[in-house]
Each structure stands twice: as structure tokens, then as C-alpha cells.
Design a protein around this ligand. Structure first.
Ligand code: NAD
Length: 283
């Protein structure tokens, strides 16, 4: 089976649109502010996709474009302004920063209640402690899809390839919170295939095209290909899709798999953040 990420994302968006309308009826239309530093075309494209999704679900959106040479202080000042605005419920700093500057300080400046990407240390710490608040959108999308497909994580062998802060680490915590047995592999893992062949749920987020061949997939596995790579003018994932499809129970395509799910989760979390802020204001 091919896991249709676009169809699943439409379901999440439909659900979110209802929640957004409920908030709007209370005079609280949710708002998302994105920040881009510099002129990275890929960042501009991702932000455009996110703003289009906002339009579809009724979330107000705006973008702040800071110059390439904006220092960390200027980025933090922009974030503090947005933290203080009642009409902005979610703040997203588009990564990477120019020159691969460390975004950690800027991330930590975002109000945890507006941290719709779930990268703030408070939200990451809560996730690790088993209390999921706002969490990173790609792992949330994968967990949501597994639940929607009726896959119970309890006791399952889950293998994640890639240990980034954005995907691998938070997903491992979310899977542990649901009592899966989780292995996290990375570039220094000695025998990758020995791990992936055990996986009833295999998530690949390495950014290496063709890393996972058909013979590295366990028969009947659920395979989520997070990778986004450009090869000869085409967008491909990290998994040899046609080979995996012959062995697995279900595989996400690239494009049209994890990507749309991730964007839909950003919408869902912006609505959640707006609701949380409304409840905090009532107290
Ligand atoms: P990253 O780029 O920060 O790190 C790559 C990870 O893969 C590291 O853990 C590294 O050790 C591991 N790795 C690299 N080569 C490997 C190899 N040969 N064998 C085993 N492990 C290897 O990770 P990231 O930011 O999570 O991004 C990974 C990929 O996922 C990229 O292609 C990125 O564009 C994509 N991505 C997609 C979405 C989406 O919404 N679809 C979201 C986030 C990231």
C-alpha cells in the first residue's frame, strides 16, 4: 500500500479548519508568524507552502524577512516582538539560518506557548518526560498517520535512521512514550541493514538518496521516508520506493508522503497553541 500523505493531510486540515472556526467565533482567529533570515530559495518555498496551508484552514499568516546579515540579537528582538503580540499565536523560525549559524539561542527566545515547531528546550524536555505539549511537526505527523492506519505502537520494533533534533530524536521519544521498542541509527551505526531488517516500523530521515534498498526492509513493515533529495532534477527520498513497496505493508512516497503531513501538523499545532493561550488568558 502507498501511504497517501496528501489525503491524510487533507483530513488533518479539515479537522483543523473546524477548530479554527470555533476559535474565530470567540474572536480569536489563530495567527502564525514565520521568520526567514536571508534569501534562501528553499526556505522561501517552504514558507510559501506553509502560508498556503494557513489560507486553506483559515489561519491568519504573516512573514518577517530579515536581512542575510541579521545578527542573533536582531532575530531575538523580532521574536520578542511577536511573543508580545496577541494576534500571533504561533512563531516559526525557518531553518537553516544563513551560514549554518546555530539557531539554539533564537529558538529558546520563542515563547514556549507559541513554539509551534516544538523545538524550544521546555517543549523538548516535556516531550522527553512523557508530557507532550507542542512537539516537532514531522514526528507528530508520522505518529498521527500510524494511529490513523490502525498501527498500535505498543511492543513494536521501531527503527529510526537519522538522529536529528528535528526528526529522529523527538520521534524516538514519542515512540517510547507509546511503548515501542526503539532503535535509533545514524551515520556511525555499524551494520545499518541488520537494524532496518528488524523494523516493523521503519522511519528514514538521513538525506541520502537510495540509502534503504528493498532487501533492508522487513516483510510487512510500515515505512516512512522523510528524506528530501534532488537527484537529476527530481525530488526523491532515502528509500528505494519501488523495491520497498514489494516487501513492506505500506510505504510513503516522496513527494506526497511525509511532507504534506508535516505541514498539516503545523496547522493543527497553531490551532492548539491558540487554544492553549486562550485558556491561559482565562485563568
Ligand atoms: P540531518 O540532515 O540533520 O541529519 C542526517 C541524519 O542522518 C544524521 O543523524 C546522520 O547521522 C544520519 N545519516 C546520514 N548519512 C547516513 C548513512 N549513510 N547511514 C545512516 N545514517 C545516516 O537530519 P534531518 O534534518 O532530520 O533531515 C534528514 C532528511 O529529512 C533531509 O533530507 C531533510 O530534507 C528531510 N526532512 C524532511 C522533512 C519533511 O517534512 N518531509 C522534515 C525534516 C527533514
Amino acid at each position: 500500500m502507498i501511504i497517501d500523505g496528501k489525503a491524510l493531510a487533507s483530513e488533518v486540515e479539515a479537522e483543523t479548519r473546524v477548530r479554527v472556526e470555533e476559535l474565530a467565533a470567540l474572536g480569536q482567529r489563530p495567527g502564525l508568524a514565520t521568520i526567514i533570515v536571508g534569501e534562501n530559495p528553499a526556505s522561501a518555498m517552504y514558507v510559501r507552502i506553509k502560508h498556503s496551508a494557513c489560507d486553506r484552514v483559515g489561519i491568519r499568516s504573516e512573514n518577517v524577512n530579515l536581512p542575510e546579515d541579521a545578527g542573533i540579537d536582531e532575530i531575538i528582538e523580532t521574536i520578542r516582538d511577536l511573543n508580545g503580540r496577541e494576534d500571533v499565536n504561533g512563531i516559526l523560525l525557518q531553518l537553516p539560518l544563513p551560514g549554518n549559524r546555530d539557531p539554539a539561542l533564537a529558538m529558546a527566545a520563542i515563547d514556549p506557548a507559541k513554539d509551534v515547531d516544538g523545538f524550544h528546550p521546555f517543549n523538548m524536555g516535556s516531550l522527553l518526560a512523557g508530557a507532550e505539549r507542542l512537539v516537532p511537526c514531522t514526528p507528530k505527523g508520522i505518529i498521527w498517520a500510524l494511529e490513523r492506519l490502525g498501527v498500535d505502537l505498543k511492543g513494536k520494533e521501531a527503527v529510526i535512521v537519522g538522529h536529528s533534533n528535528v526528526v529522529g530524536k523527538p520521534l524516538a521519544a514519542m515512540m517510547l512514550n507509546r511503548n515501542a521498542t526503539v532503535s535509533v541509527c545514524h551515520v556511525f551505526t555499524r551494520d545499518l541493514a541488520a537494524h532496518t531488517r528488524k523494523a516493523e516500523i521503519l522511519v528514514v530521515a538521513a538525506g541520502v538518496p537510495g540509502l534503504i534498498k528493498g532487501d533492508m526492509v522487513r516483510p510487512g513493515a510500515y515505512v516512512f521516508d522523510v528524506g528530501i533529495n534532488r537527484v537529476e532534477g527530481k525530488t526523491v527520498g532515502d528509500v528505494e520506493f519501488d523495491e520497498a513497496l514489494l516487501v513492506a505493508a505500506a510505504v510513503t512516497p516522496v513527494p506526497g508522503g511525509v511532507g504534506p503531513l508535516t505541514v498539516s501538523m503545523l496547522m493543527s499545532q497553531t490551532a492548539t497553541a491558540a487554544k492553549m493561550q486562550e485558556q491561559m488568558n482565562e485563568r
